[in-house]
Design a protein around this ligand. Structure first.
Ligand SMILES: C[S@@+](CC[C@H](N)C(=O)[O-])C[C@H]1O[C@@H](n2cnc3c(N)ncnc32)[C@H](O)[C@@H]1O
Length: 323
């Protein structure tokens, strides 16, 4: 099912309940310290207390949720019959990807979350208690790579905003293990930066060599046709709550999360559709769009006089398929 980028009501209520009595100033300070660590290449290791975990979830969970939701929607569009029953959420943190997957796939019954951060895991379990779907989830503490080796395969494996915390060697090892554990599909999501794109590209190449097919975003398994300084990424708009505006000092009631992802499957996708790589440009005479096609990147121009094609092209959005 195509899902909304906004947090589901149960998760929003669970987070709001935790925020009762939690100082916005304190949350703002903690979340800015955590984001500074991320910007300077550090990981989630600075999340040490329950207050840090909550500040992180308040600041980042809505945006990473929106990015996972968009990525799962892209997979669902290409593989509409996919109905996973089991999920592995690798580097689950507060459980973001599990919540999104529960929304996207009503077929999911069994959720296993893996994370090394005990504080975030505790928060994930507390939030999950308020979910009609995740209340029975399993949480495996410690190194995800080591724990994955011990679990059985799952229909779907998701790793959201995780591999950037690992060394290149560990990324390769984790990619291989995650693929081994994915019975049908693996979805990996990263920030939409050149570095995040480079990590997704490396994982994509590695797993295509291991037999994976690309369901989305690429309509092919060929090498990525983009070359530096260009990089593939998308942007998801999501609502910004009042609490979020307060802790981020932001004015507008939305935020735009830039992200990149790859959805890999064991069987070849039944359909291939060109993907819109940037916001299309509409002039009086024509619509110009940058598309990733099976034959490479194309700058496609659709003249207004070509009425049917023009009407279709008016619906093209950055990140969507160009159908
Ligand atoms: C940026 S957070 C993302 C959390 C969540 N997936 C999300 O999208 O909101 C990265 C998470 O990966 C976890 N992590 C990083 N390396 C790990 C490893 N080797 N084993 C298990 N968890 C790891 C961290 O503890 C942290 O919770």
């Amino acid at each position: 099912m195509m899902i909304s980028p906004a947090l589901p009501a149960e998760l929003k209520a669970a987070l709001d309940a935790k925020l009762q009595g939690f100082s916005r100033t304190d949350a703002a300070q903690r979340s800015s310290r955590i984001s500074n660590t991320y910007r300077t290449g550090g990981g989630s290791g600075t999340i040490k207390s329950d207050a840090d975990a909550l500040a992180y979830a308040l600041a980042r969970m809505p945006a990473t949720y929106a990015a996972v939701a968009a990525s799962l929607n892209a997979l669902t569009e290409i593989a509409p019959g996919f109905a996973p029953e089991t999920l592995l959420d690798v580097g689950a943190g507060p459980g973001t990807a599990s919540w999104a997957a529960a929304e996207a796939f009503s077929s999911l019954q069994d959720f296993t979350l893996l994370d090394a951060n005990a504080t975030l895991s505790r928060l994930a379990l507390e939030l999950a208690r308020d979910s009609s779907r995740l209340a029975e989830c399993r949480y495996l503490p410690g190194d995800a790579g080591a724990n994955l080796a011990e679990v059985s395969q799952s229909d779907l494996v998701v790793a959201s905003y995780v591999i950037g915390e690992l060394s290149e060697g560990d990324q390769r090892k984790l990619a291989e293990t995650m693929w081994t554990k994915a019975r049908h599909a693996l979805v990996v999501i990263e920030p939409g930066t050149p570095a995040g794109y480079a990590r997704i590209l490396a994982l994509r190449q590695q797993l295509i060599a291991a037999g994976a097919y690309v369901a989305a975003p690429c309509p092919h398994e060929k090498p990525c046709p983009l070359s530096a300084p260009d990089w593939c990424h998308f942007s998801q708009r999501l609502p910004r709550s009042q609490a979020h505006r307060q802790i981020k000092g932001a004015e507008v009631p939305f935020e735009d999360e830039r992200f990149i992802y790859v959805a890999l499957t064991r069987s070849p996708p039944a359909t291939r559709a060109a993907r819109v790589l940037a916001p299309p440009d509409a002039s009086k005479a024509e619509i110009t769009a940058k598309l990733c096609t099976e034959d490479g990147v194309a700058i496609t121009k659709v003249p207004r006089r070509d009425k049917v094609a023009y009407a279709d092209a008016r619906r093209w959005r950055w990140g969507a398929t160009a159908n």
